[in-house]
Write a protein that binds this ligand. Structure first.
Ligand code: THU
Length: 157
């Protein structure tokens, strides 16, 4: 038996104001669109904003359903739209935010797997910006950092 260790580095900014102008705008768009969430059940409002390599920016929010599992997370709904409409344009950045809490919002496990799929498909990292309504912002360089020992197409024939 041997032990292995996986670690990764990420950046923590004290506030949105410490980000570059471009990243500040993206994070603030994610936070703003969280107000459009359809979240009558959890009342947890999540927003997501993506920036594509050609500079286009798109936003979306979580959309819940009376049949709970039918609901979709903000980032997954948004990436599905972007992947359908711009399959050949790389996603460079994804910001996820909420008005509900004042700490950086970590994407759920299902969304991590979904973002990873896009990373694998485009063969390029997606920088993640995680934020709450105020306070710290976390920047992670790639979705794969958030999902070690991941399952990908590599295992399928
Ligand atoms: N939610 C997201 O939209 N993204 C995440 O990564 C975390 C969770 C949503 C799903 C549900 O509508 C609500 O937040 C509470 O779980």
């Amino acid at each position: 038996m041997k032990k292995e260790k996986i670690s990764f580095e990420y950046e923590v900014f004290d506030s949105i104001h410490d980000l570059s102008e471009e990243n500040k705008v993206l994070v603030s768009k994610a936070n703003h669109i969280s107000k459009s969430a359809y979240a009558p059940y959890s009342k947890f409002h999540v927003g997501a904003a993506v920036e594509l390599e050609d500079g286009q920016v798109f936003v979306s929010s979580n959309q819940e359903n009376a049949s709970y599992p039918v609901g979709t997370c903000a980032e997954r709904g948004l990436l599905a739209y972007v992947n359908a409409n711009f399959p050949n344009i790389k996603v460079k950045k994804l910001a996820v935010s909420t008005i509900n809490i004042n700490v950086p919002l970590p994407p759920c496990g299902m969304c991590r797997q979904y973002i990873l799929e896009i990373e694998k498909k485009q063969n390029d990292n997606i920088a993640l910006f995680l934020s709450g309504n105020e306070g710290q912002v976390i920047k992670v360089d790639a979705a794969k950092d958030l999902l070690p020992l991941n399952f990908t197409e590599d295992f399928l024939d």
